[in-house]
Design a protein around this ligand. Sequence first.
Ligand SMILES: [Zn+2]
Length: 337
Amino acid sequence: MIVLQTLVLQTLRGGSTIAGVPVVPPAHVQDLGDGCVAYVQPDGSWGWSNAGLVVGDGASLLVDTLFDLKLTRQMLDSFAPYVRTAPIRSLVNSHANGDHCYGNQLVEDAEIISSVAAAREMTEVPPAMLAALNADAGEIGELFRRFFGAFDFEGIEMKLPTRTFEGRLDLEVAGRAVELIEVGPAHTRGDVIVHVPDARTVFTGDILFIGGTPIVWAGPLSNWIAACDLMLGMDVDVVVPGHGPVTDKQGVVEVRDYLAYIDSEAKRTHSAGLDAFDAASEIARGMSVRSEPFAAWGEFGRVSVNVDTVYRSIDPTHRSPDVIEQFRRMAAIENQI
Ligand SMILES: [Zn+2]
C-alpha cells in the first residue's frame, strides 16, 4: 500500500518512472547566482535534506551539513569549485535534527553557529542512538528503517556549535552581510533562518518543506505561521527550503496555508472532544475528500504529529506519545488512506 502511495505521490509531483518504478534524480548543486548556492537532495522526504553556501570574497558560510558522513562528504566535494578560493569559515546549523548537523565533523576550521536552544537539543539524540535503532532486529528496528534505513549512522561523532545566540545574529561573511534569525520553537525548539539581503535569498532550514508535509515537533503552529509571515515580508526572490526543490514566496504561502488549515481543523476536533489520533485520521481523510492541494504532498502522515502539537498547545496537560509511537501513528495514517 505504502509503495503504491509513493508511486502515486511521485507521479503527482511530476517524478519520472522507469518500468513503473520512480526514479529519484541525484543530489545536485544549484547555483542561485549572487554568490549563493544550494545543495538539493531529492526527493526531500525523511532525512533527504538540503544545504546551502554563501560565498564571500575569500571565505564562505555553509548552511547545514547532512544526515551522514558519506552524504556530507559528497556535498563538500561538490562545493569544491566555490570554496577553493573562499574556504568555509562558518557553519550555521539551522536546527538540531541530525539531517542538518550530523556531518559537522567533516567541516574543519569553521566556527559552528546555532541558536542556544538548538545547541541544547542536539545533545538529546546522539547519532549512536540512531545507529542502534537502524541495527535493531525487532519491530522497532523495522519501523525505524522504513523511515531512515538509507542512512549510515556509524562513526559519527557529534561536533556541537562553538557559538550560540538568541533572537538574532548579524554576521559578516568576507564582506557580505548575513542575518541569522531565530524563529523557533516551531519545527524544533531552536529553528533559525539565514537571510542574505544582497542576494535577496533566504535559506529556511526546515521552516519550509516543499512537496512534502511540514512536521511540527515543537510548535506552537502560530510561531511557524509567524515565521512564514516574516519571510513573506522580506525582500527576497529565492527561497531555499530544508527539504524539496528551491522555491520562491509562493512556496512559503503554501506551507503557511497548510499550517493554518491544520491549526483550525485541530482546534475544531479538540472542542468536539475527539482524541488526537482519531482527529488526525479524520483531518487527513477530509483533506483528501476536499482535494486540498497539500493532500498530495509526501509524508502526509505527519498530520498526526501536527494535530498532537495543536492539542498540546491548547491543553498543556495533554500528554504526547513518545517518538516511536509518533512514527507508528504516521505510518498507520499513511497505510489507511
Ligand atoms: Zn530536515
